[in-house]
Design a protein. Sequence first.
Length: 109
Amino acid sequence: MSTLESSSPSTQFPFPTSNGQIDFGQVWAELQDRVRRQPNQYLLIALLVGYLIQSVPVRAFLALVLRLALVLIKPTLVVLAGANLYRLISERQQQNPATTAPNSGANGG
């Protein structure tokens, strides 16, 4: 028996199917099997994740991110508009270089 065949299913990652997509039904079945074999470990993981979600103020963090995004959207749009305007002007100058005559006779000489 090779080492791949003798390895336990808990250490194997579900491989993608032939079309490159992961079969989530197979992944779910594998997860259920692991939980049935080691319920204490997965109960502890669930309790720790629940504690972290409860202790970390997720709603406040998301509200802060949304508020920050709304405050910064106007300056960001101004900077992007300025950069696009600069790009547009420089492209037009490269396409049609202005042929301005020197102002040698402008002093009334």
